[in-house]
Ligand binder design. Sequence first.
Ligand code: C2E
Ligand code: MG
Ligand code: MG
Length: 688
Amino acid sequence: MTIDPHATSALCDALDLVADPAVAVDQDLRVVGANRALIEMVGDRLENWLGEVPLDLVHADDLPIVLSSFTSIVDKDFGTPIEIRLRHGSGGYRLMELVGATHPTDEGHIVVATMRDLTERRRWELAAGSPERFRAVVEHASVLLSLIDANGIVSSASGMYNRHLGIDLAHLIGSPLADWVVDHERDGFRAALARAATTARTSVFEASFEHADGRVIPYQLSIANLLDDPVVGGMIVSASDISARRALEARLTQLATTDPLTGVANRAALVTDLAGRLAVAQSPGAFGVFFIDLDRFKPVNDLHGHDAGDTVLAILSQRLNGIARADDLVARLGGDEFVMVCRGVDEAAANAISRRIEDVIAQPVDIGAATVQVFASVGFADSGAATTAEGLLAEADASMYRVKQRRRGRYVGSQLRVAERRELVSDLRDALRGDAVAAGLRVWLQPVVRLQDGSCHGAEALVRWEHPALGLLSPADFLSLAGEAGLDVALGRFVIDAAVAAASQWSDRSLVLAVNLSAGELTEPDAVRAVLDALDRHGLAPDRLCVEITETTVLERAAAGQRVTAITALEHLEAAGVRVAIDDFGTGYSSLVHVRELPASVLKVDRSFVHGMCDDRADFGIVAAVIALAHSVGMRVVAEGVETEAQRAALGELGADLGQGYLFGRPMPTDQFAREWSTPAPELEQAS
Ligand code: C2E
Ligand code: MG
Ligand code: MG
């Protein structure tokens, strides 16, 4: 429709009779007339508008509703009123109610839209409409609520700031919110606020506020950016206290990293520590690993009982701690094996430390009814001796064994260790080079069930080795050897191929296969392709596969500078549709904050917690909290190691989604799983 100046000026005159802003547009949404009220409001000239499509005046989020109501009005006389945000000449937005009406003209239809400014009324309604009720809602919300402007200045705040943080509201209002954050987090906090002010989404981050009494309290903040909202014109900050979650995380970390009997570090913490030290320096002399094995400890247990044995282990741990310097670490590997890691150790220092260890261990121990004496065999490995934590431990262990042999000149317990290990590694290498199945490598499957009704959800693939000479070996017997020998990637390829092949034959096509990935596999450059190729080869849909990784897997790679590689690989897998699970949760670093950084949707609670949950209230509490927290970040929970009916019932009540354990089924050969657990989906009855 061409614009006729006479018709336009007549139309504008007519529109001027209306006090509210009004505009007329043609069928292509081009402006054919507008009144003075509108031109004043948007602060422009009518000439600049004619023939233009004025959509840049409308807030981007409101465009869909404007367009859809425009399309639907064309064959009606009047449209339904809509509320939209319209740009004001002063820069901000106003909340407008807009009603359209169609008018036939010689040239076709035009739509006249009249508007009413609702901004003031809505503000009044919000502030005064039912002030008591509204304030009560805000005041009793369990979170701290405040409204801040684009510069982070507080314009209103709920009384919770006073009750929780002892802050005087009169001081808070008008001040930058950042002023109340602890010093060392303030810059980060300001940056996060600035980011929140430029993003349309709700931003979530954590920050610690300082209580008037000096306590530091951690909060999770959620910031809704309503700067564009004409009524609110600010950002709503809701802050919830996460002290309880932090405390739980700290407790989990403590439980997961200490040896309960002696209070020193456990194996997992030791491996993490070593990986961290290796990442910083692999040069000889940077640090040293002492492997300590007790001699004559067994007779203490046999003669005086296990309690006496436990006492001895606890006392000896304290003695080792006594000679450790600030940066050193004492760990118990289990049984009567300890490890001490010391920084900056040359050959002379290594000898001196070994002697000191032998001395403190050989001091008599008073166990109440008697005094006993045990001795230490100490092996040593220098930081330059291997590139991985497990490698260093193996070196130190082998050195300890040589010391023992030299000293006694005879067999002392684990004579076969070194030789046996070498043989197993060479057998495994042969097996993976040739026909792995003929050499006895197998994948077994353990059912995973829905806790609600016990129905089958899928299975986890677990590697086994039917060794011709040694019998059935479980992963503990050969996985770490495989890693040390660099055979983990090849072993992983075998497992994923065999497991996916088996899963592709299941008659129930809804079952999900879980496969464990080692750290080595995850960071190997072809990791993602290898997994996707296996799916492709056997025609299994990606969403029927779940890869399991442990937190330690990612952390270990982080220490080696490959955290990003590991996370990128997981992100690619997830993008391809493969699910990701965090395995053995509770035994590693166990930070839920950390877990949320990983692209994972499933959390497997370690069986050590499930094992204790019915007898130990602390374990029960941890399982309950982990389930609740996992659900709060949208993750599904699998409980591992369910062995009793009581555990199943308790887990069901806590809302755990899935379970795995001997109660439902042990790991079994693939054909047995297919027979017993993958029943065909019920078919429609055939009319005969
Ligand atoms: P995981 O991934 O946590 O696997 C579960 C382990 O718990 C399996 O041990 C399983 O047999 C055991 N288990 C299941 N239910 C129960 C129960 O009710 N009670 C008890 N006491 N144990 C139960 P398994 O097969 O010895 O595997 C040990 C670990 O070795 C696995 O722990 C996994 O981390 C690793 N692993 C196994 N297969 C593979 C593999 O193919 N690749 C890699 N990278 N790791 C594997
Ligand atoms: Mg697993
Ligand atoms: Mg596990």
